[in-house]
Write a protein that binds this ligand. Structure first.
Ligand code: GDP
Length: 489
């Protein structure tokens, strides 16, 4: 059977994240959704125990599951993105009809577009009197979100979590959207046969049961007693618990379960693999988003410099924005101070973060450094703009890394089926294991690693400036005499 064209059924639930401004009704909507679940009704109650919930509904004559990530807000979403993966296949952008677009709505939109996550706009509180739904739709249009029937193709639905109106229709819409992406089901089936990979969406230390985390399975499946690895630690799965607090024997693609047995509390956004697997976050981007048919998402590839701006006041922010040179992609702009969510967004979008007249907290500076994000504060707008100019010319990129040393290549000769190089260390030091960039003038020839270093015939770990040495590089083919080795962080 050609599964690619089978758009009807899937046993794999879509994983859905809920984003939007505070008080726009995310929590109430999730409660209302859980009440529609067949599974919960059969159980006669709602006993959600973990950071995600699974609802089961009748959809086109079949029982279908949807997994909702309960951790509301964009911060958790941003954290996951920062680690190169996202747990959600689809998202709901919650906008209250009573309040329309607010700052966190704008941030959520940015995150959804950046992460290319398909989404449905859910206009909430439809039961309230004197609403002007057209205002919210128009305001969304101003943010670049053009709804179906309003010049665009972003699906939307007006719901009331209070009266339950359109809740079932929303769930049908989610499944429809998921199925409509031909191949989403197919991709999930492929994912199910791959080695196990999951993403941590919530984690804590429980005084009774030890470290535990809620995970979303992206590839393969997991069962009690499996040996897994997360954040470099190996552990044995003790128990798996579903959202009703019930132990389960197996969780597979799209399922959310709580895992017990961690050696220590894992980080949100970490990827869990089988003990023997290497972690490859790039492979667990959302299935649907990977599909070329993600029509809900504005495709906007940008080659220029990505910048995030933080300023002390709206006035300075506007002054800076007005003076920005062409070719800058402004990923975010805000007043206030730099937070860890900014740094994580900076990492996930490859941006530099420039702040104006604000104090950068030492812990933020440390985080930025460890995430290798350029974060700087300026007190003169001109200097900030100069920095952007430099960054555009690529000068800053070399400042973002620490250079440990430089060496000039004096000779190249065959050595044990590869090549060795005679070098003269001109600055700092070079050492075995260093990451190096080999430069020919201003051009990078290759990024590689130092496999070994010798002084004379003796292997050594490090050679200081002023000395000559023999080195073997991991990738020697294109390197010539006269090139310069730059050892960096
Ligand atoms: P969250 O911060 O986005 O999770 O928002 P909440 O779910 O906590 O809702 C914020 C407020 O809006 C609460 O007082 C809710 O009772 C109210 N609310 C949420 N959904 C609805 C709705 O559909 N109709 C009405 N009238 N009020 C709602």
């Amino acid at each position: 059977m050609d599964k690619k064209n089978n758009t009807t059924a899937t046993n794999f639930p879509p994983v859905v994240a809920v984003l939007g401004h505070v008080d726009h009704g995310k929590t109430t909507l999730l409660d209302a959704i859980r009440k529609t679940s067949v599974a919960d009704r059969e159980k006669g109650g709602i006993t959600q125990k973990i950071g995600a919930s699974s609802v089961e509904i009748e959809h086109e004559g079949k029982k279908r599951k949807i997994t909702f990530i309960d951790t509301p807000g964009h911060e958790a979403f941003t954290k996951m993105r920062g680690r190169g993966a996202t747990a959600a296949d689809l998202a709901l952008l919650i906008v209250s009809l009573a309040d329309s677009v607010k700052p966190q709505t704008q941030e959520s939109i940015k995150i959804l577009l950046e992460s290319k996550t398909p989404f449905v706009v859910v206009l909430t509180k439809a039961d309230l009197p004197d609403l002007i739904p057209e205002k919210s739709k128009k305001d969304l249009g101003k943010e670049g979100i053009l709804l179906e029937g309003y010049g665009g193709d972003v699906p939307y639905i007006e719901v009331s979590a209070k009266t339950g109106s359109n809740i079932k229709e929303l769930l049908d819409l989610i499944l429809l959207m998921f199925d409509m992406h031909k191949g989403a089901d197919y991709e999930k089936e492929i994912s199910a046969s791959k080695p196990f990979q999951a993403i941590v969406i919530e984690a804590k230390l429980d005084s009774r049961t030890g470290s535990k985390a809620t995970i979303i399975v992206k590839n393969g499946s997991v069962a009690p007693r499996d040996m897994l690895k997360v954040d470099g630690h190996v552990f044995k799965v003790r128990t798996l618990i579903d959202d009703l607090g019930k132990p389960v024997q197996k969780a597979t693609v799209g399922d959310a379960v709580e895992i017990f047995g961690f050696a220590k509390v894992p980080s949100v956004g970490s990827i869990i693999t089988n003990e023997s697997e290497a972690t490859k976050p790039a492979e667990i981007m959302p299935d649907v988003a990977r599909s070329k048919e993600a029509i809900y998402v504005r495709e906007e590839e940008h080659k220029g410099l990505s910048v995030m701006l933080v300023a002390d006041s709206q006035g300075s922010l506007e002054a800076i924005i007005n003076a920005l040179p062409e070719g800058i992609k402004l990923v975010s702009q805000k007043t206030g101070e730099v937070t860890d969510a900014d740094i994580i967004l900076g990492k996930s979008t490859g941006s530099i973060i420039l702040s104006f007249n604000t104090k950068i907290k030492p812990e933020m500076a440390i985080l930025a450094k460890s995430e290798k994000i350029l974060l700087r504060n300026y007190e003169i707008i001109y200097e900030l703009l100069e920095e952007i100019h430099d960054a555009q010319e690529g000068k800053l990129l070399s400042q973002m890394e620490q250079v440990f040393g430089k060496a000039k290549i004096l000779a190249k000769f065959p050595y044990e089926k590869t090549f060795a190089f005679g070098v003269s260390v001109t600055e700092g030091r070079i050492a075995r294991g260093d990451h190096v960039r080999v430069m020919r003038g201003e051009t990078t020839v290759v990024e590689t690693k130092i496999s070994s270093v010798r002084i004379g015939k003796d292997p050594t770990s490090k050679v200081e400036a002023g000395k000559e040495a023999g080195t073997v590089l991991a990738n020697p083919l294109d390197i010539l005499v006269g090139d310069v080795i730059l050892s960096h962080s």
